[in-house]
Design a protein around this ligand. Structure first.
Ligand code: CAA
Length: 269
């Protein structure tokens, strides 16, 4: 296993400085939010580091686990962003608010890159969520393909209570998982969703005790790794596209993927 150090531009910081740990063990990569004393609060540096992990993900990796150290998965954005002083080296919302709209949206787009890669067809991402998953923490869990949760989990989309919208890629997966009405209820009340409700409404695939969480995620990873890699990638691509296609388009997409699979399996070029 190796801890990677991020390279890149002058404002880049190491994974550790960004509040993360990152380990690759064969086909499984594990990203740990690692600022437990601040309940794994996230900053622009966290999102930039996540994006660079995605960019540099070794080709052999098929499973990405995202988890949190300490009592919470993540308490969301670092609240220092709301103070005039902001986060050292990263500014504050009052400084970012001075940017013109195009630059402002580019800044958000950069942050979103830390989340979007977790949906790549070549990998399956699993959020192992315990304790609080608030705001950006909830959205990071939503950015993953699967959520396995501990029975103490508390999801909360806090942004509307703070005068903001959820903008870290979370609105679409939330609506896809629970439907528009339930998403409105969850977001516009900024209420907590506990483990039983999360399971019932389809936010969580499985609820286990905190002590069982790591093993439950390992077991799911092993199950996912038991299928053919290329078939898994092609199938995920099909499933991801299904909602946006008609039945006719989807069955055509199935034919294209299957033709490629059969040719690959039987070595016909
Ligand atoms: N940012 C910075 N520091 C945070 C933090 C955050 N989001 N959440 C917790 N901390 C810090 C606390 O200030 C405290 O630090 P000190 O020990 O130095 O005082 C430490 O973490 C422990 O916090 P608590 O004592 O509050 O821990 P708790 O276990 O009793 O409560 C909690 C945990 C319910 C998550 C609570 O800390 C909390 O409500 N945090 C704030 C949650 C929040 O409002 N987040 C913003 C979400 S919106 C968002 O994320 C917007 C976006 O994407 C744009």
């Amino acid at each position: 296993m190796a801890e990677a150090v991020l390279g890149g531009s002058a404002e880049d910081v190491s994974i550790k400085e960004a509040g993360l740990r990152y380990e690759v063990d064969g086909e499984i990569a594990t990203i740990t939010l690692d600022r437990p004393e601040k309940r794994n609060a996230q900053t622009f540096a966290t999102w930039s580091a996540l994006a660079r992990i995605g960019d540099d993900l070794p080709e052999q990796v098929r499973i990405v686990v995202v988890q949190g150290e300490g009592p919470s998965f993540s308490a969301g954005i670092d609240l220092r962003m709301f103070t005039p002083e902001g986060v050292p080296g990263q500014g504050s919302f009052s400084s970012v608010a001075q940017l013109d709209n195009v630059s402002f949206e580019q800044r958000i787009e950069q942050a979103q890159q830390g989340f979007l890669w977790l949906r790549r067809p070549e990998i399956v991402s699993i959020a192992a969520v315990h304790g609080h998953a608030i705001g950006a923490g909830f959205q990071l869990a939503l950015a993953c393909d699967l959520r396995i949760v501990a029975d103490d989990v508390k999801f909360c989309m806090k942004e509307p209570a703070l005068g903001l919208v959820p903008d870290l890629t979370g609105t679409k997966p939330l609506v896809d998982l629970v439907g528009t009405a339930k998403a409105i209820d969850i977001c516009l009340t900024a209420r907590f969703v506990d483990a039983q409700e999360a399971f019932r409404i389809g936010l969580a695939e499985r609820v286990v005790s905190g002590a069982e969480l790591t093993q439950a995620v390992r077991d799911k990873a092993a199950e996912l790794l038991s299928t053919n890699r290329d078939a898994a990638t092609a199938t995920k691509r099909l499933l991801q596209g299904a909602r946006g296609r008609t039945l006719e388009e989807q069955t055509a997409a199935e034919r294209v993927e299957q033709a490629a699979r059969i040719k690959a399996l039987f070595a016909v070029s």
